[in-house]
Design a protein around this ligand. Structure first.
Ligand SMILES: [Fe+2]
Length: 168
């Protein structure tokens, strides 16, 4: 399955259940697409299956109840993924990759920096988009070499802000 087909499939299952502002929200589809952009690049440097970071990008915030404090949203996202796995929607991942996906989602907002490469790739893909809410990602709070690179952070800030030189 091509990556674009996977993304279309993910959007088709997430869109009907998403409770917040899909188009303009800080946890909506533009955030998911940037997380996927970052995650794909990080995954390529770490021999991580890009399908894993694609599912993370489009699922990890899909079960939020609000755009603020919602500490269980990652757990709900993992539960949702388990349902999609049972229904044979998520078929691109091995058993261990699927476990990594769920673990990455459960813990993604807890600030951890140590775990399996696939999980760290997912966390950093999300953290690189923090500038959309005015937070510049700090290298010491990232957990992959690819994401910590100054050019990566600068580009991510620029992408998140939509301003050409905002990350400089
Ligand atoms: Fe996120």
């Amino acid at each position: 399955m091509s990556e674009s087909t996977l993304i279309r499939k993910a959007l088709a299952v997430v869109r009907p259940v998403f409770r917040l502002d899909l188009r303009d929200g800080i946890h909506g589809v533009s955030h998911w697409s940037r997380v996927w952009f970052h995650g794909r690049r990080i995954a390529a440097t770490m021999q991580v299956n890009p399908s894993l970071v694609a599912w993370f990008a489009y699922l990890h915030d899909s079960q939020r109840h609000n755009d603020g404090r919602d500490p269980l949203h990652g757990h709900r996202a993992a539960d949702f993924a388990a349902r999609l796995r049972r229904e044979r929607v998520i078929v691109e991942l091995s058993g261990s990759e699927f476990e990594h996906l769920c673990e990455a989602m459960r813990l993604h907002s807890d600030g951890h920096t140590e775990s399996e490469p696939a999980i760290r790739a997912c966390w950093d893909a999300d953290r690189l988009d923090l500038y959309r809410v005015g937070i510049r990602p700090l290298p010491r709070l990232l957990c992959t070499d690819a994401a910590r690179h100054p050019l990566t952070i600068r580009q991510a800030c620029r992408l998140a802000s939509g301003l050409r030189r905002a990350g400089d």
